[in-house]
Ligand binder design. Structure first.
Ligand code: PMP
Length: 301
């Protein structure tokens, strides 16, 4: 593989040289934000939506990103180009930057900005054919009125605890409930259930991140003539659903065939989920910001 180039505060550096101070407040306090974006066949999927979410997260926590959306879009595209990947995952991180050991963000004069591009597949390929076994865990989703899940912050300890519980149970993903017991989301993905041909996914106020894949799937499902509802549901509804699947930039659309030992439907990826995945895969290569013929001003509003 040729050298991997990482964008770090205006420069392109190798992995070994991509280093940040231990006084960075992203490291000390989780004070920062990030995005996970994907390139499919040289197209960056839903770049505009990812940039909108990044800048909304920044606004919410009063973090100054030292680039306009257009400039940052160009920088991300350039980083993808330099790494010469047609299919890859892009990690964008903006931290509060270097300060002193205290919490005070006003002592951090400049954000640290990082863009990493690398190939990725979080679940083995065969799991897209067989589907996942998952569990629900004791760790609850942060209350949205405490730390809004709409802010894609570097504060992922909640989600890390979910992964620890999943690991201990020997499964690769798990669902969190919110403080009222409604199903919220996975550690890094949104959840859908299908009952009698109707798609259900938890609404934002239940405490899930507003996933860009989730929104794309809602769009595609509606185009395919399905009814889609954003409504709270419980574990019982998951156990008794005809189909269950997860969505995320890294996970894409992946079927779930067992939850807490209950077999979902026939115990294989269902017909609607498979259709959705097929349409989603068509969509991701057909649309997006073309890396090699890109003009930010025409793409980002
Ligand atoms: N929920 C959480 C907690 C996540 O980290 C992610 C991944 N970004 C998602 C849902 C899925 O969001 P998206 O489709 O935008 O990747």
């Amino acid at each position: 593989m040729s050298e991997q180039w990482i964008f770090l505060n205006g420069e392109y550096v190798t992995k070994e040289n991509a280093k940040i101070s231990v006084y960075d407040h992203g490291f000390l306090y989780g004070d920062g934000i990030f995005e996970g974006i994907r390139v499919y066949s040289g197209n960056i999927f839903r770049m505009k939506e990812h940039m909108a979410r990044l800048y909304d997260s920044a606004k919410s926590i009063m973090l100054n990103i030292p680039y306009t959306k257009e400039e940052f879009t160009d920088l991300i595209v350039e980083t993808v180009e330099r790494n010469k990947f047609d299919d890859a995952y892009i990690r964008v991180v903006v931290s509060r930057g270097v300060g002193d050991l205290g919490l005070d963000p006003y002592k951090c004069p400049k954000a640290n900005v990082v863009v990493i591009v690398e190939p990725l597949s979080i679940f083995p390929k065969e799991l897209y054919e067989t589907g996942l076994e998952i569990i629900t865990v004791a760790t609850r989703r942060n209350r949205p009125d405490v730390l809004s899940p709409k802010v894609k912050s570097l504060n992922y300890l909640n989600n890390v605890l979910v992964r620890i519980e999943a690991h201990l149970a020997n499964v690769s993903e798990a669902l969190m409930l919110n403080d009222q017991g409604y199903v919220a989301e996975g550690s890094a993905d949104n959840v859908f259930i299908i009952k009698n041909g109707c798609f259900l996914t938890p609404p934002g106020y239940v405490g899930a991140l507003e996933g860009i894949t989730r929104n794309a799937v809602i769009e595609i499902a509606k185009e395919q003539g399905y009814e889609v509802k954003e409504e709270p549901f419980t574990r019982h509804d998951v156990y008794t659903a005809d189909e269950v699947f997860l969505t995320g930039t890294a996970a894409e659309v992946i079927a779930v065939i067992k939850v807490d030992g209950r077999v979902i439907g026939d115990g294989v990826p269902g017909i609607h989920t498979r259709k959705l995945l097929e349409k989603f895969r068509e969509r991701v290569v057909a649309e997006g910001v073309k890396v090699y013929a890109h003009k930010a001003t025409s793409q980002v509003g």
